[in-house]
Every structure is written in structure tokens, then in C-alpha cells.
Ligand binder design. Sequence first.
Ligand code: PLP
Length: 403
Amino acid sequence: MTDAPNVYDAEPIPDAARSEIDRMLRSGDLFRYTAPEDAPVSLLEQEFAALLGSRYALGVSSCSAALFLSLKALDLPRDARVLIPGFTFAAVPSAVVHADCIPVLCEVSDNYRIDIKDFEERLESDIAAVIISHMRGHTSDMDAIMALCEARDIPVIEDAAHSLGTTWAGRNIGTLGRVGCFSFQSYKLVNAGEGGILITDDADLIARAVIMSGAYENNWCKHFKQMNGDLQKAFARWQNELPLYNMRMSNLSAAIIRPQLAEIPRRVRDGRQGHDHVAARLNRSPWLEVPEALAAEERAPDSIQFNLIGMSEADARAFTEEAAARGVKVQIFGLSTDNARAFWNWRFLPGDAPDLPQTREMLMRACDVRLPARLTRAEHDFIADALVSAAEAVMEPVRAYGT
Ligand SMILES: *Cc1c(COP(=O)(O)O)cnc(C)c1O
């Protein structure tokens, strides 16, 4: 029998990173602006923009920094209202607060996607910008969201922190809105420990973000191989006009990220196969349900989410205990203590505590299990067996333990 799989360890960093890191250790060349050109961070930006099909990219210290700089680059006034989903990671409302804006939450459905009707209603409440979190890679209806926002001229920031490799109608997630933000924290598809990147086609926006990320004096020249007329005008317009928040990426992070870009297609393919295999097995249980992806969505999952059907809160808690006894850790977003994805734990939000009954109900039965791309089929089956039999043990004790 297979041992309970370790779902927390990351994959090894490709060997190709070693010679570059060695070079840096010898030269001390860790700061992106030391070299006159072709610093690893600038090369990563060019490669990442080309990979996603965007004009510009900016490497920063985290996805949270990318979200913060995106809001600042949009030049929103203080206390601007920013619409975000009620199901996301606490870093998202935090970035909004950090940018002196006010987070406004909308309802999310039991398929983990934004409730478009509620979204449309709240869009009318003086919203200046929208952040769409493709939470755990689940993509909301981006056709509907973009149409609603474009009709009102409201800019969309995509929080694609955990969605690298996901596509919507054949287009890369992160390229649909005005800006897309990604994370290189260790639990994401590409792992540098910490790090983030934003992508955009907007010259004015990238110029503002680059300067505010800490391109003091004329260091922004080192970001680009060639500067087109739009970029030159944008930098001339914003030079010395903006605060420097210093959220730069280090060359060391870029050296760890760059050789992983070639691994993305394999990680996406294996992650999707593993996820779909486990999903098909869970869906055969009457007690477990993996919501279907939307038709336009091709996911790149490294975890699986499913809902508990017909279980009380006590049953749900018993299910996590039975699964743990079988070696699989299940987190129920709304039942695990201090979960950073449960909106009622965001007590730093200004104003009254948000009331999102539909999202709350979803969070109370939505389970989260990690499924990194490196797992084997035997490990997928181990996890599926554990989850299905844990549900049976709670809901059909006679059948599970019967003579
Ligand atoms: C991880 C994550 C973030 C934050 O990324 P950091 O790089 O850790 O700041 C934001 N949003 C979502 C959906 C995430 O999964």
C-alpha cells in the first residue's frame, strides 16, 4: 500500500539555476540595477511577457505588491471603492487597504465563482476598479465580467496569483483585464520562495508601476531592451512625480524562476490530469461534489476543491477527522480556525462587517486538498480512496463498517 502522500513539499528547482546562482554568489550581483543591462530580473520580465503574450511585465517582491502597485498605477483617489470577490485570500483586501482604497465584497456561488448578478448590482455602487481573484484557479465568467466593466469604463485587475497556466476561451488568464498579477510564493505553480510579477499592455500603467516599484532616478531604462515612443513619453510624464515604494525583485529570485518557465506546460498538464482523475472518483460519491469548470475554462490545478453534500456541520467536522485518520488533510475554508480565505476573519476591513450569506454557506462546506503536479497515479488514488471512504464512514457507517 502507498504511504500517505506528502502534498506540501515543492519540486526541486531545475539544475540550470545553479550556475547562474553560483555566478551571483561569486560576483555579488544581486541587485537588479547593478548591471547596465540584461539583469536576470529584466530577462525574466521579457520572457514572462512573451510567454503570456503581453507587452510589458514588472517583477516585484510578491503578488500582493503587484496588486498594490496595480491599484496605485491606476491612480485611484484615496477611498476609491474596489470591488473584490467575497472568496479570496486575505492578501487581496489587504492590498486594497494598503493602497488607501476601500474593499467592497461581492457574493460567490457554490461553484467558487463570482455570482454575476450580485457583481453587477454592486458595480453600480460607485466602484472605481475591480479585482477578480481566480481563486484556486477557478475562473469566473470573464466574458460577462469584462462586458459589464467595459460598459462602465471600470478597470479590471486580475489576481492570477494561483492561476498561471489557466486559459479562458484560449486566452491566458492574466491578459484579459488591464493588469494581471501572479505569485511565485512556494505554494504556486512556479516557486521562488517569494516573488510576484504583473503584466499589462498599457504603457502609462507600466511606467507608473515601474517607477513606484523602486526604479529611482533613471533605472527604468534597464527594464526594457528597446523603449517605444509610448513608453518614452510615459516615463517622461511620470519621472519624479511618484513615490518609490521599493518592492523590487532580487536577481536571486529571477535566477530561480527563469529555468522553471519551461516546466510550466508539464506542471499544467500533469496537474490537470491528476485533478480530473481525483474529481471523477469523488463525483461518484453521493456525499462529495466537484463543481464543473465553466465551458471556456482550461484549468491548471495544483489542488482540488469539492463540496460536502447533505452533511451537517458536525458531519463535516467528522469527515475531516476521518480523512485525517486516513492520512489526507482536508481544510474546510469556513470551519478551519482563522482561515485567511474566510471573509469574516478579515476584521481589518473598514466599516461594517460584510454580510454575504451565500458565500458564507459555500465556505462552510467547501473542502480544499492539495494535489501538486508531481503526485503519481497511486498517490491520486490514495487520496481519492481516503476521501470517499471518510465520507462513507460519516454518512453510511453501517456500510463502511458493516459485517
Ligand atoms: C497566494 C495568493 C496571493 C498572494 O500572493 P503573495 O505572492 O504571497 O503575495 C493573492 N491571491 C491569491 C488568490 C493567492 O492564491
